[in-house]
Design a protein around this ligand. Structure first.
Ligand SMILES: Nc1ncnc2c1ncn2[C@@H]1O[C@H](COP(=O)(O)OP(=O)(O)O)[C@@H](O)[C@H]1O
Ligand SMILES: Nc1ncnc2c1ncn2[C@H]1C[C@H](O)[C@@H](COP(=O)(O)O)O1
Length: 223
C-alpha cells in the first residue's frame, strides 16, 4: 500500500528538511519523496556559480552567494506553489538568513551594509502573509563528530578545505536556531535513530511519525 495513504499524509503537503551541512538532508529528501511519491526540490550545488569562490574567499563572495541562494529558493517556492504542493524540499529558506547570512555577518565575513541589504530583501520577499510556509520542517540533528565524518565521507573538495571551526560554529548556531524557530511546525529526528543508507525500510517509521505529527498539528490549529 502507498505509504502516503497508509499514514494519511495530504497529497498537497510541503515538507522541508533542515539541518547543518552533511547531516543527511539530501538523503532524507530522496527517501521521503520516493516513499510518498512526492516531487523534490534540491539545492543545486554543482551548478552554483559562487559556491567554490565563496569557500575560497568568504569576505569577497558571501553577499553574492546569499543573493544567489535567495533567488534560487524563491524560484523553487514558486514552482512548489504552481504544482499545488506535494513536495519534499532539501533545506529551508529560513536557514539562509537564520544561519548562514547571520553567521557571516557576525563573524565579520559579510559587511554590515551587505547584511542589511540582504535581510531587508529577505524580509520583504519571505516574511509576508503571502509567502506559504511549509506544513512541516523536519530537523535532522546529530553530534558534531558524526557530521564531520559525513562531510569527510562525501568529500566535496571545498568543504574538506574548510577549517573544522567553521562546521563547529555552524553546529552550535543550528542548535540555538532550532530552539527558537517557530515559522512552522517542527519534527526533530536524531540521525542515530535511523539509517536510510543501510536500511531502506526504516523510511516507513519516519513516514509514520510524519503522518502522526501532521495530524496532531492540524487538529491543534483547528481548535
Ligand atoms: N542515515 C545515514 N547513515 C549513514 N550515512 C548517511 C546517512 N544519511 C546520509 N549519509 C551520508 O552522509 C553524507 C551527507 O549526506 P547528505 O544527504 O548529502 O547531507 P546534506 O544534504 O545534509 O548535506 C553522504 O555521504 C551520505 O551518504
Ligand atoms: N545560504 C547559504 N550560505 C552559504 N552556504 C550555503 C548556503 N546554503 C547552502 N550552503 C552551502 C553549504 C554546503 O557547502 C552547500 C550545500 O549544502 P548542504 O547542506 O550540503 O545541502 O551549500
Amino acid at each position: 500500500m502507498n505509504l502516503r495513504k497508509k499514514y494519511d499524509i495530504p497529497n498537497n503537503a510541503v515538507i522541508t528538511i533542515a539541518g547543518t551541512v552533511g547531516v543527511g538532508k539530501s538523503t532524507m529528501t530522496n527517501a521521503l519523496a520516493q516513499a510518498l511519491d512526492f516531487r523534490t526540490s534540491f539545492e543545486k550545488v554543482d551548478t552554483n556559480p559562487y559556491l567554490d569562490k565563496f569557500y575560497a574567499d568568504f569576505e569577497r563572495w558571501s553577499f553574492h552567494l546569499q543573493i544567489y541562494f535567495l533567488a534560487e529558493r524563491f524560484k523553487e517556492q514558486k514552482r512548489i506553489f504552481e504544482y499545488g504542493g506535494g513536495f519534499i524540499q532539501d533545506r529551508s529558506i529560513y536557514e539562509d538568513t537564520g544561519i548562514f547570512a547571520r553567521m557571516h555577518y557576525e563573524k565579520g565575513t559579510m559587511s554590515e551594509v551587505d547584511y542589511e541589504t540582504y535581510t531587508s530583501l529577505f524580509d520583504a520577499m519571505v516574511m509576508t502573509p503571502y509567502f506559504p510556509h511549509p506544513d512541516l520542517l523536519i530537523y535532522l540533528e546529530g553530534s558534531l563528530d558524526d557530521i564531520l565524518d559525513r562531510i569527510k565521507e562525501r568529500g566535496r573538495p571545498m568543504e574538506q578545505q574548510t577549517p573544522i571551526e567553521y562546521w563547529e560554529e555552524m553546529h552550535h548556531r543550528y542548535e540555538n536556531w532550532i530552539n527558537q524557530f517557530n515559522a512552522c511546525p517542527v519534527l526533530r529526528l536524531n540521525i542515530n535513530d535511523y539509517d536510510l543508507v543501510n536500511n531502506e525500510k526504516c523510511v516507513e517509521q519516519i513516514v509514520e511519525r510524519v503522518g502522526h505529527f501532521i495530524k496532531k498539528t492540524r487538529e491543534l490549529t483547528k481548535i
